[in-house]
Design a binder for this molecule. Structure first.
Ligand SMILES: C[S@@+](CC[C@H](N)C(=O)[O-])C[C@H]1O[C@@H](n2cnc3c(N)ncnc32)[C@H](O)[C@@H]1O
Length: 254
């Protein structure tokens, strides 16, 4: 399955670093990693350089090139369609961070939203632009890192699907701060929290992913009540064809 296990990287480092000169450390970082994740079922091995915790844009580029895109439904999320159908989510200026192949960007553009699709991986922005062009839809598609992107104008809404869980938890606080800053006051974060319970996390504290499990308790700490209005649980459960399921919520920025 597609994934980066930081604990594997750490294990390689723990057994090797003591005997290495700094120049050789880079070679250690080319460690073979394997794990469970977004391909949704098959075991695989990848090689990559990691200068910060978690996957890089090169990792995601490789997933697209090798067609290891198990997260990709090939159509807009049923939850997005439900929010649109109910009228809860209405046309406005909206950001779609980590937009991947762009199914949701195209759907929102078609429904009259002023959409900005963001992704730092070239294959993703290329696909999103191609999808919108093929359908004659207008959307702004930017190749940008969500951890540093600053919009020229604030958004009334953000649609967050499978970007948070694609980012190593070490960067979650920075990402949550970004989402808060991008939104106008009273703007909404339409979010799907990926549920990927991993026994090694509860048993041994291992951090495994992507996708990284978005535990609801951790999410409450990450998006605190002082900054966000939370609806009361229970939340809608959205099943995924290859992964487990997501919890769907609307958080309102204070
Ligand atoms: C698992 S895919 C999900 C794609 C899409 N949201 C979907 O559900 O089909 C994660 C996407 O987030 C992008 N991504 C991950 N980290 C990012 C970052 N720091 N900045 C921008 N994009 C990022 C990846 O390039 C990839 O396209």
């Amino acid at each position: 399955m597609v994934g980066v296990h930081d604990d594997n990287i750490q294990a390689v480092l723990a057994c090797s670093v003591g005997a290495l000169l700094p120049a050789e450390l880079g070679a250690v970082l080319l460690a073979q990693c394997s794990g469970t994740g977004f391909a949704g079922g098959t075991v695989f091995g990848i090689t990559g350089v990691f200068d910060m915790a978690g996957p890089t844009t090169e990792f995601w580029q490789e997933r697209f090139e090798k067609k290891e895109t198990g997260w990709d439904r090939g159509s807009p999320s049923p939850q997005l369609l439900a929010w649109l159908a109910s009228g809860a989510l209405r046309p406005c200026r909206i950001a779609v961070p980590g937009c991947g192949s762009g199914w949701e960007v195209a759907e929102l553009a078609q429904r009259g939203f002023d959409v900005v699709g963001l992704d730092y991986t070239a294959a993703a922005t290329t696909r999103t632009r191609a999808l919108c062009d093929a359908r004659g839809l207008k959307a702004e598609v930017l190749q940008a890192d969500v951890l540093s992107y600053q919009p020229e104008k604030k958004f009334a809404a953000i649609y967050e699907q499978t970007c948070l869980c694609a980012i190593h938890p070490d960067h979650w606080i920075d990402y949550a701060r970004q989402l808060h800053q991008w939104l106008e006051p009273q703007g909404s974060l339409w979010v799907l929290f990926m549920q990927m319970i991993r026994p090694a996390a509860t048993e041994e504290g291992l951090i495994q992913g992507p996708p990284y499990h978005c535990d609801i308790n951790a999410m409450r700490a990450l998006f605190p009540q002082k900054d966000w209005v939370w609806p009361k649980p229970p939340y809608a459960r959205v099943s995924h064809p290859n992964l487990s399921h997501e919890l769907a919520l609307q958080l309102v920025r204070r």
